[in-house]
Design a protein around this ligand. Structure first.
Ligand code: BGC
Length: 377
């Protein structure tokens, strides 16, 4: 049993132990194409909310939450089996993204005077950590943790990414802990340490539809963001380098607003909808203190998702590149049928001198907390 406060250090703790102290509750989910077993874990709270996770990609595969009448639905996109997650139908569904989430212009960066070249897996840029061994594509170690001072259970994942993996310098030890409490808060605590200067910017890529995964669209969801500025991008979705105020523009979600109201104006851009990083206000300087970032409401079911984080940004991505692929339970995921609210650093930060740094040095520990809280009204 671990005290609740140990949660942030947990990632590092878990990684140090090749076999986890408390590996119970895991179930086989299948095998990857190369024969590696994949395990799933289920977190359940006293309200009947369940969160399913798996070791491939440290991925959230299901979140079952009630609507205003108490009716449960799974609100995140996913697949029935490992093959689905390993297929090209998978666009980072529910996974942990890294080493660097979002784009790096032309797959190039310079760190301490040395130039690094990364995979160009989203022409002409590098996206979400690379092509073959990005964090969504590897099988993590997993285990269930219990806390001494609460009934909460948590699932901890760890992965040791070798020096040079996907072109990034440094051997990086990464931990991600998912915990669920009786307030229907799914908390994600990330940590990472490196043996050489490198880049780290992790996120979770859950695609939400609060009417239930597979419901037609999220254009009828309402959204509010704690952001006065956003990051404008070029047609390849690389930041122009400036931050722009959202006030009075189609990017303005400072008040609760319908996602579909003005999105059409973005259909002919490279993003094909919202696919923009918002710069969060009122950041709490204390590490791992997550403050309000976003609120998403689906008016018919009354389901609400509140997002809290300690990070500077949230990427709002309205599933513009979903293409009608078949997912879990035969559900079809059409374009704009889900929204990702990816907390983290700003895109292409390593090439943008004015953006907060995503460089991690050996003496430091990367930390990031994101809370997805579910309610109904
Ligand atoms: C990005 C999109 C990208 C998607 C891939 C999102 O995080 O912002 O541009 O297409 O991930 O599924």
């Amino acid at each position: 049993m671990l005290p609740r406060l140990a949660i942030v250090a947990l990632g590092v703790f878990v990684m140090a132990s090749p076999v986890l102290a408390d590996v119970t509750g895991s179930k086989p989910f299948g095998k990857t194409a190369d024969g590696t077993p994949v395990e799933t874990y289920t977190l359940k709270n006293k309200n009947g909310v369940t969160v399913k996770l798996m070791t491939l990609g440290a991925t959230v595969t299901e979140i079952n939450v009630p609507d205003k009448k108490g009716k449960f639905a799974n609100v995140v996109l996913g697949f029935d089996d490992v093959a689905g997650y390993q297929s090209d139908r998978n666009q980072y569904f529910g996974c942990t993204v890294g080493r660097v989430a979002n784009r790096i212009a032309k797959g190039k960066f310079t760190l301490d005077g040395k130039e690094y070249k990364l995979a160009i897996n989203n022409e002409p840029n590098h996206l979400h950590g690379g092509a073959k061994r990005s964090l969504d594509k590897v099988v993590w170690k997993g285990g269930i943790l219990k806390f001494k001072d609460s009934n909460e259970a948590a699932v901890a994942f760890s992965y040791k990414s070798p020096d040079g993996e996907e072109g990034y310098p440094g051997a990086v030890t990464i931990g991600v802990v998912f915990s669920l409490n009786d307030k229907n808060e799914l908390r994600i605590d990330y940590s990472a340490q490196t043996d050489k200067a490198t880049l780290v910017n992790l996120t979770n890529h859950s695609y939400f539809n609060l009417a239930g995964a597979g419901a037609d669209t999220v254009l009828d969801h309402d959204l509010k963001l704690e952001a006065n500025d956003y990051v404008p991008v070029d047609k390849t979705l690389i930041p122009t380098g400036k931050l722009e105020p959202v006030k009075g523009t189609i990017f303005d979600f400072t008040k609760m607003g319908r996602i579909g109201e003005r999105i059409e104006k973005l259909y002919d851009t490279g993003a094909k909808g919202y696919d923009h990083c918002y710069v969060l206000t009122k950041r709490e300087p204390k590490p791992s203190t997550a403050t309000l970032a976003a609120r998403l409401l689906e008016p018919k079911s009354g389901r609400v998702l509140t997002v809290l984080t300690d990070q500077p940004g949230v990427q709002v991505y309205t599933g513009n590149f979903l293409f009608g692929q078949k997912g879990k339970d035969g559900k079809v995921y059409n374009q704009r049928s889900a929204i990702c609210l990816e907390t983290g650093g700003l895109p292409d930060a390593v090439n943008q001198p004015t953006f907060p740094s995503v460089i991690l040095r050996p003496v430091e520990t990367y930390r990031h907390t994101c809370v997805y809280k579910f309610s109904a009204e």
